[in-house]
Design a protein around this ligand. Structure first.
Ligand SMILES: NC(=O)c1ccc[n+]([C@@H]2O[C@H](COP(=O)([O-])OP(=O)(O)OC[C@H]3O[C@@H](n4cnc5c(N)ncnc54)[C@H](O)[C@@H]3O)[C@@H](O)[C@H]2O)c1
Length: 379
């Protein structure tokens, strides 16, 4: 059996459980990748502990104060999935404790918080720190990335990246922390969803030079879950128009949309790149398909290939079978474990430097919306 890396989880909610479950099916991966073992958990809500302790006999430390996990010598790395207002303090404390960190987006509630997290990383260069983003690991999206890397699209005409939900169209849905500016942050839906849309474009070198943003706060109050109403003061929908350069210096527009009120969308993550030679498209709504089009003649037709299970990190699953969300989480974790080991990976997790670009973009988007003009991105 290969190496084990001992993990603590801070934040035992929706995403904390996803990681724990992925760690429990590490046997799914056939490559020699260090195995994460969950040995500690922390959540202020004690009722969240039971699912973990019932399912993971390896857990030795159960805490409501995360500093207890950080003081444990038998924990090598931390997954932190907390509300945005807590990212800065907790990520900095994890980094200073010398433990590797996979943090969650937006990686600081705002740009000053992100700047301070990045300063802590600079002061602790031996710690491997990344930000979660799983959608690029769908095999059909990996195929799209290969086409881009092989320059098969030619000169880029435009890029459209989006992550959309519809569930907030239900105005009777109770408010939660993700709809409160004080906990979720000024960015609103952009902070919640934005990094997912930026991972592939930034990795391709498409760094926005400026942004024009249209932000909408459509539903301003929601049921508070206790019979009353509460403010819902975050942006519901965001549309950004950015200008980027391709590798040859040609300028093209990049559209980024992040919406909680997009009729018909359930967790719809997509990326569409059109080019002079070819165009490519992936959407999680048709998760096993890669779409491409050759720019031939006056009329063109999209082709759809069902890719099946051909992930970056090979698994026991036959390649004719379908790939899903929890598989993408497992692939992201495989990448992070390899990166902790200093191994090169075909497509790595979202990096701290990329979170800096993200925060610079989203801060400029807020200014653009306020001033109703395009704002330059100064990195
Ligand atoms: N990668 C993804 O696809 C994805 C999806 C959803 C959310 N997220 C991100 O994950 C993070 C968490 O989101 P979630 O949906 O899991 O939220 P959640 O509300 O389900 O879980 C957060 C947990 O943190 C706990 N908590 C709050 N304060 C704490 C403290 N001081 N110490 C310890 N625990 C505390 C809460 O009790 C809760 O159990 C956010 O940054 C969010 O943006 C990522």
């Amino acid at each position: 059996m290969g190496k084990t890396i001992r993990f603590g989880i801070i934040g035992c909610g929706l995403m904390g459980r996803e990681f724990a479950s992925a760690s429990a099916r590490w046997c799914h991966l056939t490559a020699d990748i260090p195995r994460p073992e969950i040995v500690g958990i922390c959540d202020t809500n004690e009722s969240s502990h039971k699912w973990f302790t019932d399912n993971f006999p390896s857990i030795k430390t159960v805490a409501t104060d995360y500093m207890i996990l950080l003081g444990r010598k038998d924990i090598d790395a931390i997954y932190c999935a907390l509300p945005h207002v807590l990212h800065e303090q907790v990520y900095i404390d994890v980094i200073r404790s010398g433990k590797h960190l996979l943090g969650e987006k937006p990686f600081g509630i705002d740009k000053p918080a992100n700047d301070r997290i990045l300063e802590a990383i600079r002061q602790n260069p031996d710690v491997v720190v990344r930000c979660a983003s799983e959608f690029p690991y769908f095999p059909a999206c990996q195929m799209l990335i290969r086409w881009l890397r092989e320059d098969r699209c030619g000169r880029i005409l435009e890029v459209k990246a989006g992550f959309n939900h519809a569930s907030d169209l239900d105005v009777t849905k109770p408010v939660n922390w993700k709809r409160k500016k004080a906990i979720n942050g000024e960015y609103g839906c952009m902070g919640d969803l934005g990094i997912h849309t930026q991972h592939v474009p930034f990795r391709m070198g498409w760094i926005p030079k400026n942004v024009y943003a249209f932000l909408s706060d459509i539903v301003t109050t929601r049921p508070d879950g206790k019979g009353g109403t509460a403010p819902c003061d975050t942006y519901d929908n965001a549309t950004l128009v950015c200008s980027c350069n391709d590798k040859d210096g040609n300028e093209f527009p990049m559209f980024i949309e992040t919406k909680r009120m997009s009729p018909g969308s359930t967790n719809d993550w997509y990326l569409r790149v059109t080019g002079m030679k070819a165009s490519v498209y992936f959407t999680s709504d048709d998760a096993n398909a890669f779409h491409y089009l050759y720019s031939e003649g006056k009329e063109q037709a999209w082709s759809r290939v069902a890719i099946g299970n051909k992930p970056l990190f090979p698994t026991i699953t036959g390649d004719i079978f379908e790939f899903g969300f929890s598989d993408s989480i497992l692939q992201m974790w495989a990448s992070f474990l390899q990166e902790i080991e200093g191994q090169s990976v075909g497509f790595g997790c979202f990096t701290p430097v990329e979170t800096h670009i993200s925060h610079t973009l989203l801060t400029a988007a807020l200014e653009s919306h306020e001033t109703k003009r395009a704002v330059d991105i100064v990195l």
